[in-house]
Design a protein around this ligand. Structure first.
Ligand code: ATP
Length: 273
């Protein structure tokens, strides 16, 4: 971290995000669908429910999924935060909200520092351009000088190992090839704030090792890391703080070992139920 620059931070105040699910003209169909959802919500087994957010009807009678509800959170420089929780708890939505992909329905998001989000491999790439042209495109977007773009090109080309495919349009790439290029590009510049979805650690084992080494080096240099993963070893190794989400709300927040102990216990209870 540059000591003379203001410290990086992320601050979320009363953040709520909801997704409309039914925008149906037919009131009767909407009524039937929602009464089925209501029945499920009133089921006594529901407290054991492992997936999904709350589904509600708004004042306008629209049916929405409440992906995040009144999230208050500050993340400061030096923190390595893991977002945990069952499928549909709101982890990816929270990451995407911080990047600005999702607009809050209410509340505020403030941040300071350059954010890089490792969320999807082809984000910001043009499918009609070649791998090499996409590298140039990224360099231009980042406002790099010609010399810096040439360095970026060398670095990403060597990392992605696409050989002659680097000259071909990326729309013909396999998903693994796209991942190599996308990963190489997204990890070529060290951001202040690094946001990462767990699948970014996937890939073939040879590539995974290489990708991991590259990731470790940018994670070490970034001021803030926020990642979502279901892997307990990754949380233990990479994170010093865990935020546990359930149905769009924070139910626990604290040092990794302390939260993991409760989380593991809850998972055992779930598998027993
Ligand atoms: N674009 C969308 N439209 C409608 N509902 C959505 C959308 N994206 C997410 N959701 C809903 O919001 C809730 C939170 O989803 P999110 O992807 O944030 O969960 P998650 O905790 O990342 O889950 P997982 O561990 O399965 O990746 C879920 O109930 C999901 O169905």
């Amino acid at each position: 971290m540059n000591m003379s620059a203001p410290a990086s931070f992320i601050k979320l105040e009363h953040l709520s995000i909801e997704f409309p699910v039914f925008q149906l003209e037919s009131r009767s169909l909407k009524k039937t669908l929602f009464s089925n959802v209501k029945k499920m919500m009133n089921n006594p087994q529901r407290h054991h429910q492992r997936t999904g957010a709350e589904i509600v009807t708004t004042a306008n009678n629209d049916v929405v999924v409440q992906a995040l509800r009144d999230i208050n959170l500050t993340i400061r420089s030096g923190e390595r935060v893991g977002l945990i929780g069952h499928n549909g708890a709101g982890k990816s939505t929270l990451l995407r909200a911080i990047t600005g992909i999702y607009e809050p329905n209410s509340g505020h998001i403030q941040s300071h520092g350059h954010i890089e989000a490792l969320l999807s491999t082809n984000a910001g790439m043009n499918p009609l351009l070649s791998g090499r042209e996409n590298i140039y495109l990224r360099g231009k977007r980042l406002g790099l000088s010609t010399k810096k773009i040439q360095e970026l090109e060398k670095d990403v080309e060597a990392f992605a190992e696409l050989n002659e495919f680097i000259e071909l349009p990326i729309k013909i790439y396999s998903s693994g090839m796209l991942m190599r290029l996308g990963f190489g590009l997204s990890t070529s510049i060290v951001p202040n704030i690094l946001l990462m979805d767990e699948w970014f650690m996937a890939g073939d084992s040879n590539f995974q090792e290489k990708a991991r080494n590259r990731l470790v080096s940018i994670v070490d240099k970034a001021d803030i890391l926020v990642l979502t993963t279901h892997s307990l070893p990754i949380l233990q190794q990479w994170c010093n703080r865990l935020i546990w989400l359930k149905a769009g709300q924070i139910i626990a927040d604290g040092p990794t070992e302390m939260i993991l102990e409760h989380y593991k216990h809850a998972m055992t209870m779930d598998s027993d139920s």
